[in-house]
Ligand binder design. Structure first.
Ligand code: BG6
Ligand code: MG
Length: 225
């Protein structure tokens, strides 16, 4: 008999929509201004972690910036966020990544709960802009947790809000830190992206078009046994 999960918990940036790219663009502009070069490979480390942690990793690239005051750090983080929010103004439902809407529909049709587990303070606004808020039974963003990914708290808080046991949850992530968080929470981890970055995931697909409900449920059932 097929074992169905009781909840799906989605990461937002890079899974539901390509905001991971907009975060990168905004960080790159700030890094350029500070005389630091970052590339896409470096950016992989920034995926899934908080705004201030990302800034710290960027500043660590230049020893001269090591002693920057907290006030200056806050100022730069705000500047990045303002630029990011400008970039967000352009997004709309056509920016939902391929396969995501079908997956959300399939989950709903099977009466399975849906949660969000995002490290972004902008997450609720992004879901609104994509007109997806109604699909979600419970949202966790950076404001609801004290420890970000790779700590499992983002996902365990979502499961608690959904009133589902951790091992009955499937989590979908594009970041190494997110897969680590899901695994620590004892949830079935689905990675979207490159095998190099996501090798620890229980199941990996190349892109969101590979996120097929029946296939995920099958793999989940095998994992659960
Ligand atoms: C995560 C992104 O979802 O949110 C990170 O993967 C981002 O790249 C983090 O830094 C924090 O986002 P925000 O919107 O609160 O600055
Ligand atoms: Mg992500």
């Amino acid at each position: 008999m097929t074992q169905f999960p009781k909840a799906f918990i989605f990461d937002l940036d890079g899974v539901i929509t390509d905001t991971a790219e907009l975060h990168y663009e905004a960080w790159k502009k700030l890094a350029d201004q500070l005389g630091i070069t970052i590339d896409r490979e470096f950016n992989e480390q920034l995926k899934g972690i908080s705004r201030m942690e990302s800034l710290e990793l960027i500043l660590a690239q230049d020893p001269k910036l090591k002693d920057m005051s907290q006030d200056d750090k806050e100022r730069y983080a705000t500047q990045k966020n303002n630029h990011y929010k400008d970039l967000l103004k352009t997004i709309n439902p056509t920016d939902i990544l391929p396969g995501i809407k079908d997956l959300l529909e399939a989950i709903k049709n099977n009466n399975i709960k849906i949660g969000l587990g995002s490290a972004s303070k902008n997450a609720p606004a992004v879901l609104e802009q994509l007109e997806l808020t109604n699909y979600f039974d419970y949202l966790v963003d950076a404001g609801k947790v004290s420890k970000g990914k790779p700590d499992p708290e983002t996902f365990t808080t979502a499961a608690e809000g959904l009133e589902v046991a951790f091992e009955d949850c499937v989590g979908i992530e594009d970041a190494t830190a997110g897969i680590e968080a899901l695994n620590k929470a004892n949830m079935f981890s689905v990675g979207v992206g490159s095998k190099d970055q996501l090798s620890e995931a229980d199941y990996i697909v190349d892109s969101t078009t590979g996120l097929n409900f029946d296939k995920i449920v099958k793999r989940y059932g095998e994992w659960k046994q």
